[in-house]
Design a protein around this ligand. Sequence first.
Ligand code: PEP
Length: 241
Amino acid sequence: QNSKRMMVAGNWKMNGNLEMLSHFKSSLPVFENIDVVLCVPSVYIKEAVGANFSVGAQDCSEHESGAYTGDISLSMLAELGAEHVIIGHSERRQAYSETNERVAIKAEKALENGFVPIVCVGEPLEVRESGNVFEFVGEQLAAILNRCKQQLDKLVIAYEPIWAIGTGKTASPEQAQEVHAFIRSELKKSSELYSQISILYGGSVTDVNAAELFAQHDIDGALVGGASLKVDSFKIICEHA
Ligand code: PEP
């Protein structure tokens, strides 16, 4: 088990409703020794604040204001009470063509605005099969580290192999640990605080497999999609952290 403070962050994606949120607010207990974050659709952030968990957004604009129809700025998210923000989720990288550089700029802006950015990296299946995982993840990471050098200790990295997201196919603890150790070694090159930066694993984490993932040396928690929609499963995952 890791000696560092662990984080479990739920990513509701475009799911949930006010009734479900109210159930989470009344059912999730206080977890004293870990950081529990629920990243809800932005329209629910204000309603989510004030329970036993911190609240995060799932994306943000890199701009402060202007003609960006549909986008939401970091200052707006802060006004609602969000303290965390997921950046560069593979669904946004794929469906909205977010590049490594744009993800890095968003992470930089999030730090400047006092947020804890949970920045996602991770390879598609063909990259894993061709044996180029470190090269691929290394490039994603380099863009982020270049821009965020000043406040690296506030950054959270989430390693989410795309082939494991929403597929029920979890990376084995050893597969995940191997990439987490690589990420840690890259962080070490950029910051003396490398050991304090949380590296979460994401990809089909459940109440059944969480414990063995959390037992890995460089896994400091989880970013949880599907299993964060059921309060009982999410609670058990938090209990394992
Ligand atoms: C995610 O979307 O960040 C995720 C990890 O999803 P799931 O847990 O459903 O694989």
